[in-house]
Every structure is written in structure tokens, then in C-alpha cells.
Design a protein around this ligand. Structure first.
Ligand SMILES: Cc1cc2nc3c(=O)[nH]c(=O)nc-3n(C[C@H](O)[C@H](O)[C@H](O)COP(=O)(O)O)c2cc1C
Length: 209
């Protein structure tokens, strides 16, 4: 039995194309693995502590090899809880909108909390950076208003998939399956067709996830 972590990064509920695709993926997956559990977190509803003050000082203390003060240790617990919840899962599904060519700010906030030395990666001058979230697959369901096809000039504007793949790779992921629904602004018939194509491909990926 696997524990799935489903991270949602669109506030648009049933209007959201990225959530629609991720939901389809999970429906196909759960049909094959009915005993698996799914934890759902939407970053727009999650309680994400501000990353400043004592929390930020606690991160710098770790980076500089200094012990935490009592206030830093207390503030750091919120970060440890987020990393512990993430690490307690076996497989990851992330649905994300494209906002200004990148990811929504609430997902960036979540990732800023999650990606920490000693929790999701480690560093040593001798061996460099190593991700600590290893041997776990991720499925990314992305939606964009425009189109950013590989090999076109528009691809250079896609900091959404590139950023997510980079940071997930940084913390240890090696299997990252990505599907996009695009364009989602424009001809509704075209969007519907692209969603159906992505859903069919998602069902295939679900078989080996
Ligand atoms: C604040 C904001 C910024 C956006 N920026 C872009 C953008 O840079 N490029 C783009 O193609 N679409 C952009 N869009 C459109 C969304 O990517 C599109 O509506 C997509 O379907 C959102 O994902 P969702 O349907 O899962 O919410 C933006 C939408 C919002 C609300």
C-alpha cells in the first residue's frame, strides 16, 4: 500500500484544468490501487508560516553550521512538520497553474518551506548537494493559458515546468512524469480536446506509477 501526496496549486477548484488532469490521473491510479491512501493539500488553503524572522534565522544557522537558539528551534518546528508530512508519503502528484510564466506564489512559498538542508537535501563541501527524497515518483499536471511547445521560442518562457523539475530533482526525485494542458485560454473546444488527450496519456502513466 502506498501513500500518495496530492499537492494542489490552483485556487480555481472545478474551473482548474491542472486539477482536472491530476484528478483524472488519480482516478485511473486508484482504480488500479484501491488500497492506497491520498493526502490532499491545496497550497491556497494551507497554513504556511511566513518565511522570515526566527524561521529564516534558523535556516541560516543550519547553513552556517550554528546551533539553533531556543526561539529558532521553536520556529523551525513548523518547517520540520511540513518536511515530515512530505517525507511520510511514497508518491507525489502536483497540480500547478502557470502564473506569470512560473508557478503560483503559494506553491513557491510551500517549496521555500519544504526545501531545507538536513530535511530534504544535504550539503557537504566534500560531496556537494544530495537530495534526500529518493526512490519516489512524481506526476506533474500543469495548465497554461498559452502554449509553450518544446522547440519553439515560447519554450524559453516556460519557467513553470522547468522550475518544478529542477527543484524536485534537487531534493532527489529522478522519476518526474509531466503532462500539460495548453492552451486553456482561447478556443474552449481546443482546450477540451487537449484535456482529453492529456487524460488519456495520464491513464497510461498511472499503470506504471
Ligand atoms: C495571476 C495569473 C497569471 C497568469 N500568467 C500566465 C502566464 O504567464 N502564461 C500563461 O500562458 N497563462 C497565464 N495565466 C493563465 C493560466 O495559466 C491558465 O488560466 C491556467 O489554466 C491556470 O491553471 P488552472 O486552470 O489549473 O487554474 C495566468 C493566470 C493568472 C490567474
Amino acid at each position: 500500500m502506498s501513500r500518495i501526496f496530492y499537492l494542489q496549486a490552483s485556487p480555481r477548484a472545478e474551473q482548474s484544468l491542472s486539477l482536472a488532469l491530476a484528478d483524472s490521473f488519480l482516478e485511473a491510479y486508484r482504480g488500479l490501487h484501491p488500497a492506497d491512501t491520498v493526502t490532499v493539500r491545496n497550497v491556497f488553503q494551507a497554513d504556511l508560516p511566513p518565511f522570515d524572522g526566527a524561521v529564516l534565522a534558523a535556516k541560516y544557522a543550519l547553513l552556517q553550521g550554528q546551533p539553533h537558539t531556543a526561539a529558532q528551534a521553536e520556529a523551525w518546528k513548523a518547517v520540520e512538520r511540513i518536511a515530515a508530512e512530505f517525507a511520510a508519503h511514497d508518491k507525489f502528484v502536483i497540480a500547478a497553474a502557470m502564473w506569470n510564466f512560473s508557478i503560483p506564489y503559494r506553491l513557491k512559498h510551500y517549496l521555500d518551506l519544504l526545501i531545507q538542508p538536513g530535511l530534504t537535501f544535504r550539503f557537504s563541501p566534500a560531496s556537494g548537494y544530495h537530495g534526500l527524497v529518493t526512490g519516489k515518483p512524481a506526476f506533474l499536471a500543469l495548465a497554461r493559458g498559452g502554449e509553450y511547445p518544446p522547440g519553439t521560442q515560447a519554450e524559453a518562457f516556460d519557467f513553470q515546468s522547468r522550475y518544478l523539475k529542477t527543484v524536485l530533482g534537487f531534493i532527489g526525485f529522478t522519476r518526474i512524469e509531466t503532462l500539460t494542458v495548453e492552451p486553456t485560454l482561447g478556443d474552449p473546444g481546443l482546450t477540451a480536446r487537449r484535456l482529453e488527450e492529456a487524460r488519456a496519456r495520464a491513464a497510461e502513466i498511472a499503470r506504471s506509477f
